[in-house]
Design a binder for this molecule. Structure first.
Ligand code: ATR
Length: 269
């Protein structure tokens, strides 16, 4: 049995063990997967302990993704773009860091929800770690336009400046500058939902048939309620959670699990 885990703090509510156990059962892979709470000042020590015990890899969640990025000694292109790591693979002395969050989001929107992002007008709300984690994979789909909007506009501007891609038009604006704009896909990458806070965006931003996607899951956020009221199709981040897990599973096991049965099961529980 190859051992894997997810490390975070807090971690008790993580759905990752259930997801990976379902993947393992479905694909016949002999693995174990548990949730481990690392002390806030003890992430590196916990990783060393897991490697010493023969673990093959782990997922990393809040608040350790940047620490994992700094700790890895081999980094994928995706993790370099995100400047954060959510998946580690241990191979001898190698600590391989990857980031599957953006691929998970894009896959959920394009494959599961059936909305190709190429040629679309996209609004990305937020400019923290979560937004940075998905920015480049979104750009790689070649949308027509990407606007990054954040409560603190300077942070949106900094994120825009990190973009080398000159094929896609990228703009950074504050919430007050969205009055005359419409988008096909609006992605909420802020943590506003955690505190049930509304985001002051105009109700006119939803183009006919728009998708409003909240990367948060587990409840209807004020953003989702607002989007629904103004005619948008609404999705939460549960599909992204399952897809980023599938990408990690694939990296570790070289087998791609089917995500639909897992999403269906999680929606029921
Ligand atoms: P994460 O890793 O979740 O992205 P973060 O790096 O702390 O966490 O970023 C939080 C994001 O949510 C930021 O974009 C933040 O806006 P600011 O940069 O202006 O702080 C955004 N955010 C948090 N609470 C918010 C709220 N109540 N309204 C609007 N944006 C909010």
């Amino acid at each position: 049995t190859d051992k894997y885990a997810v490390l975070g703090n807090p971690i008790s509510h993580s759905k990752s063990p259930l997801i990976h156990r379902m993947f393992a059962e479905q694909t016949g892979q002999d693995i174990s997967y548990e949730a481990i709470e690392a002390p806030l000042d003890g992430f590196a020590a916990k990783i060393e302990e897991l490697r010493a015990k023969g673990y093959k890899g782990c997922n990393v969640t809040v608040p350790f993704k940047v620490e994992a990025f700094n700790l890895a000694n081999q980094l994928s292109q995706k993790s370099l773009e995100a400047e954060a790591v959510n998946t580690l693979k241990f191979e001898g002395d190698a600590i391989i860091g990857d980031n599957t969050d953006g691929a998970g989001l894009v896959r959920d929107i394009e494959q599961n929800l059936g909305i190709p992002l190429k040629g679309k007008r996209i609004l990305l709300i937020g400019a923290g770690g979560a937004a940075q984690g998905v920015l480049h994979p979104i750009l790689a789909t070649e949308p027509k336009q990407l606007v990054i909007s954040n409560r603190t506009p300077d942070k949106a501007l900094a994120l825009k400046k990190s973009v080398k891609n000159d094929v896609v038009s990228v703009e950074a604006v504050g919430f007050g500058e969205l009055d005359n704009a419409q988008f096909d896909v609006i992605i909420n990458a802020t943590s506003a939902g955690l505190t049930d806070s509304e985001i002051p965006i105009p109700s006119t931003i939803f183009a006919p048939g728009a998708l409003a996607y909240d990367m948060m899951y587990g409840r209807e956020t004020p953003f989702m309620a607002f989007a629904r009221q103004h005619g948008a199709r609404v999705a939460d981040g549960l599909g992204m959670l399952v897809e980023q897990a599938a990408e990690a599973f694939c990296l570790w096991r070289r087998v791609r699990p089917e995500t639909k049965p897992v999403r269906d099961r999680l929606r029921l529980s």
